[in-house]
Each structure stands twice: as C-alpha cells, then as structure tokens.
Design a protein around this ligand. Structure first.
Ligand SMILES: [Zn+2]
Length: 128
C-alpha cells in the first residue's frame, strides 16, 4: 500500500472530490477534534488513504494555525479551525476514508503526560 504525503493543495483537491454528506456511522460527527478510544474506531470500514506526516521531519512543529471567524480567533477545539497540513496537529495525522458515510477523517495520537489518546476530526473544506 502506498502512503501518499498530502500537502495543503493535494488535501484540498482530495476533499473537493468527495461529498460532504452527513455522517451515519458510529464514529459520530467529529466536527472538531474528538477523543476516540481505539476500540471505538471502526477499522474494518476505514480505508487508509494517505498521511499528512512528512517522513523527512523528525519532530513536527506544535505550532498551530488559526484564523478569525465571526470576529473570533479559532482554537484547537473549534469546528471551523482551518486544516493546515504544516501545523499541529494536522502535521501528524493519517487520513482515512469511511466506507459507511464516505467522509474523510483525520486521526492522530495525542501524547499527554499520563495518557495516550486517539483524536479524530472530520476533514472537510472549511471556508476561510
Ligand atoms: Zn463513517
């Protein structure tokens, strides 16, 4: 299986090619980052379609990229936070397509002091 590294441009193109229809699967909407235990991840219905993690970068940046939406700066948990492949946490995500609802989902592992957490977000075109 080939693992394609996706840039902002290729990601946008990939997202334009798919429908943004409503989710019907067990993952839930995941409009913003959601914690999803590995046992709740429906692996059988997911197709791994690429990665945003550049293999040439040992330690991707923790810097985040945000924009102002409706007069307020977006933050990590914002459903309208921009998806920027060069910034945290997108720079360590894998991209999966759900066979049940046709959506593309981003997934990465969050390493806290005492926990390891799987986080999932619906990848879609977010108007700037
Ligand atoms: Zn689904």
């Amino acid at each position: 299986m080939s693992t394609e590294l996706l840039t902002d441009a290729t990601l946008k193109k990939a997202l334009q090619a798919i429908s943004n229809k409503a989710c019907t699967c067990a993952v839930g909407v995941c409009a913003a980052w959601e914690s999803l235990p590995e046992e709740r991840w429906p692996k059988a219905q997911m197709t791994h379609i690429g990665t945003l993690r550049d293999p040439d970068i040992d330690e991707p940046t923790f810097e985040q990229h945000h924009t102002i939406v409706d007069g307020k700066l977006t933050h990590y948990d914002s459903p309208d936070a921009p998806i920027s492949t060069q910034h945290f946490p997108y720079n360590r995500c894998d991209m999966h397509k759900c066979k049940a609802c046709d959506r593309v989902l981003l997934k990465y592992t969050e390493y806290g002091g005492y926990f390891v957490d799987q986080r999932v977000r619906w990848a879609r075109i977010i108007p700037a």
